[in-house]
Write a protein that binds this ligand. Structure first.
Ligand code: BG6
Length: 490
């Protein structure tokens, strides 16, 4: 396992401390990092909420959440006692800045330590909270602010939030989270590409035929439906997670791992994305919405039923064909798809190489198939290289695709840390490499805004798909038109 370096004493203040993200992700992540010995001295976790809660009542909520969200044998009653001593609860309303007395009191005298303010709230509160911190003089030289997604719903609203927060914090104090960048396998993409010389000469037009990126979920929108209905899959998943995967797959080698070196290369990819406008949306995009079906034998309701019978054209599935206008990727399409209530939870990047220029093998059952490199992000993280091999036997010369298949979990034999564990430690250490710079967010929104306005102008309809399938038929047609198919090819 990689070395676990302790971090200096800190105060981590979580606005939205009673919310779903804090309970499901942040506190379990902090629990693990503390248990592995990375927290020092009297570092504190200060949860901020609107309600008046006693410390005892808050701790009871946290304990229940940890018992529910940690893996079976990870909750340790003895360790909980010392972890819970770090936790405080403070009442403060994001909008009433003159009532932040208890927060001020809790932080008084601790100005020297690292202060991280995590905004796990609705984005409409990011500006007001930043302002409240400034008016109450709670922003120290050692302060950093973490912004959860979604950062706005278009370029205009994202700019407004960034401006408001930017009035109180310098850009190098702002950490915009995309939790995909904290996933081990996403970081492994950097290792795969830049710690091995094997792939680089092949990683381009001329050898790569196309790239597929799939982020498929079995879950529906569940309890978040009201929020989700205003957002949809393009804004919820593509604007951030999928575009980040495109950037890491397509970018040039940065000169170092320095945060700006990596982010400078990513932004060049975003700026090279060919706009998809009203004329192009029909041939380059598919929108889908799940209807009732079944997943792994269990019936699943349709999106509209979950909405309570209301009408909605919000997409729960998107497929895109995108082009990157630069020398490396000219004429190499990247196909992206993401959706809810699909056949399985399955996220991967497939790089398909070109066919052999001429086959010397006789016609047979299996044609010579192109090589492909599959980077599995989840589940069963790993890398698979598919090659053609001769089937053993004395007669004939039959070929078959076979795989060199590497499972990271089997190879390294450790629990894969949740992405929030990594990201929280990076903020505490003051390393913004895995966070999005403002210009990246702006460039991603600008490109996404083009698709949204294209959809509006062309009135592109939302295709229905059965829950438990791989999405609408139009998604297969998108590749079929180019004589290609999704892996798995349904
Ligand atoms: C979130 C989206 O950012 O990512 C959710 O808002 C989605 O809708 C989730 O379910 C997927 O994350 P993961 O880590 O489970 O792939």
């Amino acid at each position: 396992m990689a070395k676990l370096l302790p971090v200096d004493v800190f105060d981590l203040i979580i606005f939205g401390g009673t919310g779903d993200l804090a309970m499901r992700k942040l506190l379990p992540a902090l629990y693990h990092r503390d248990r592995d010995g990375q927290f020092t001295g009297d570092s504190r976790i200060i949860a901020v909420g609107r309600g008046a809660l006693s410390k005892k009542a808050y701790l009871a909520e946290v304990k229940e959440a940890l018992q529910k969200n940690l893996a079976d044998d990870d909750f340790d009653a003895e360790f909980w006692r010392s972890f819970s001593e770090r936790i405080k609860y403070v009442k403060a309303d994001a909008m009433s800045h003159n009532e932040w007395g208890s927060l001020k009191k809790t932080l008084a005298g601790k100005e020297e330590r690292i202060r991280v303010i995590y905004l796990a709230t609705a984005p409409s509160l990011f500006g007001p909270i930043a302002k409240g911190l400034a008016t109450n003089r709670l922003i120290t030289a050692n302060s950093r602010i973490v912004l959860e997604k979604p950062l706005g719903r278009d370029l205009e609203s994202a700019s407004e939030i960034n401006n408001q927060v930017g009035e109180c914090f310098a850009e190098n104090q702002i950490y915009r989270i995309d939790h995909y960048l904290g996933k081990e396998t996403v970081q492994n993409l950097l290792a795969l590409r830049f710690a091995n010389s094997l792939f680089e000469p092949l990683w381009r037009r001329g050898t790569v035929d196309h790239v597929q990126i799939t982020v498929a979920e079995e879950l529906g929108v569940g309890g978040r439906i009201e929020f989700y209905d205003r957002v949809g899959a393009l804004r919820d998943m593509v604007q951030n997670h999928l575009l980040q995967l495109v950037c890491l797959t397509a970018m040039e080698a940065p000169s170092s791992l320095h945060h700006d070196a990596v982010r400078d290369e990513k932004i060049k990819v975003l700026r090279a994305l060919r706009p998809i406008d009203a004329d192009a949306v029909r041939d380059h995009t598919v929108r889908g919405q799940y209807a009732a079906g079944a997943i792994k034998g269990e019936t699943a309701a349709g999106y509209l039923e979950e909405l309570g019978g209301a009408d909605s054209s919000t997409e729960t599935f998107v497929a895109l064909k995108i082009e990157i206008d630069n020398w490396r990727w000219s004429n190499v399409p990247f196909y992206l798809r993401t959706g809810k209530r699909l056949k399985g939870k399955h996220s991967e990047i497939v790089v398909e190489f070109q066919d052999v220029p001429h086959s010397i093998f006789p016609q047979q059952d299996f044609a010579v198939m192109p090589n492909r490199l599959t980077i599995r992000l989840q589940p069963d993280e790993g890398v698979k290289l598919t090659l053609m091999a001769k089937e053993p036997g004395p007669g004939g010369f039959d070929l078959r695709p076979v795989s060199l298949d590497l499972s990271f979990e089997e190879t390294f034999g450790i629990r894969y840390p949740d992405s929030y564990e990594r990201l929280l430690m990076e903020v505490l250490r003051g390393n913004p490499a895995l966070f999005m710079r403002r210009d990246e967010v702006d460039a991603a929104w600008q490109w996404i805004d083009g698709i949204i306005s294209g959809w509006e102008h062309s009135r592109q309809k939302v295709e229905s798909y059965v829950a438990g399938s791989w999405g609408p038929t139009a998604s297969s047609v998108l590749l079929d038109r180019d004589n290609r198919a999704w892996y798995p090819d349904t």
